[in-house]
Design a protein around this ligand. Structure first.
Ligand SMILES: Nc1nc2c(c(=O)[nH]1)N=C([C@H](O)[C@H](O)COP(=O)(O)OP(=O)(O)OP(=O)(O)O)CN2
Ligand SMILES: [Zn+2]
Length: 150
């Protein structure tokens, strides 16, 4: 069984090597869709009975481990020196330094890597993170998938 929880957040970025609009400082209303795989919990009387995981718990964990850190932050490639140096001049500015360029692909991959350890099997229902879909705009998104098992 697959379940998906969608969250939204705002962040700024730029793609420094881009030859068109995206090299400029700009922002997006990002959408992240977190897909979990697992069996349906069958435990009479338990709050999670009939669920893979409570959607509110999926949301709370995503906020705690990722979304609250990225929301209203500027996501900057640490090698983008001009921007990193500029942001450092702004008192208490919320900047998230990344070791990669903040494309949709890289953000989806980073989100997957960070959240993978967060969604763990607590009920013996084989719960695990299956996919992170990251929308940069309503028309553009990237999917980070769990690699197929050997
Ligand atoms: N493969 C990727 N291509 C692009 C990325 C990316 O992360 N991965 N990012 C950008 C820009 O940052 C920008 O966010 C995308 O802008 P744009 O192409 O204009 O997207 P829109 O949905 O706004 O396009 P419309 O044509 O206006 O619908 C660029 N490429
Ligand atoms: Zn962009």
């Amino acid at each position: 069984m697959l379940i998906t929880r969608r969250l939204e957040f705002d962040a700024g970025h730029r793609i420094p090597d881009h030859k068109s609009q995206c090299r400029h400082l700009h922002g997006h209303r990002y959408v992240i869709e977190i897909t979990l795989a697992g069996d349906i919990i069958n435990k009479a009387g338990d709050a999670a009975n009939g669920m893979v995981m409570d959607f509110s718990q999926v949301k709370d964990l995503a906020k705690q481990h990722l979304v609250d850190a990225w929301d209203h932050a500027f996501l900057a490639f640490v090698g983008d020196k001009a921007v990193v140096d500029f942001l450092a001049t702004l008192p208490e500015h919320k900047t998230v330094l990344l070791d990669c360029i903040p494309t949709a692909e890289n953000l989806a991959r980073l989100a997957f890597e960070r959240l993978d350890a967060v969604y763990r099997d607590t009920y013996g229902n084989h719960l695990h993170l299956q996919q992170v879909r990251l929308y940069e705009t309503p028309n553009c998104w990237a999917d980070a998938l769990r690699p197929a098992a050997d």
